[in-house]
Design a protein around this ligand. Sequence first.
Ligand code: GSH
Length: 124
Amino acid sequence: MKIIRWILGRIILFIELLTTPKGVVRDEITQNKIDEITANYKIYQFKACPFCVKVRKTVNKNSLNIEYLDAKNDKDHRAELDSQGGKIKVPCLRIGDDKWIYESDAIIEHLEGLVSDLEEPVTA
Ligand SMILES: N[C@@H](CCC(=O)N[C@@H](CS)C(=O)NCC(=O)O)C(=O)O
């Protein structure tokens, strides 16, 4: 069972490698603004989790600089996710110390929303 899971994990990572989108290139001011906000973001993940792959694709496509934390092998990160986030489930987006967003779709919606808010031209 462990070996099958391992093989599936490698397949998932290989497909990710083949299908990872190129990141958008945006003007420096907007990218810096986005980086400033995401400096406060962390994503707890299991490397080969398909839901985490889905979130990483959004991160890469939008050229977001977000730190990933391994909640599978790193005991401290796993304990943090459990005790502060409320459960061990990945992916989980942590914003600062107070906001923990579970569910890949909710994380993607948040990240896409952040980018579109900052990229949206302001109209009078
Ligand atoms: N509906 C969730 C599913 C997430 C999920 O099932 N994650 C699995 C890993 S692939 C998990 O965290 N399982 C808890 C565990 O293995 O301890 C999402 O879209 O984020």
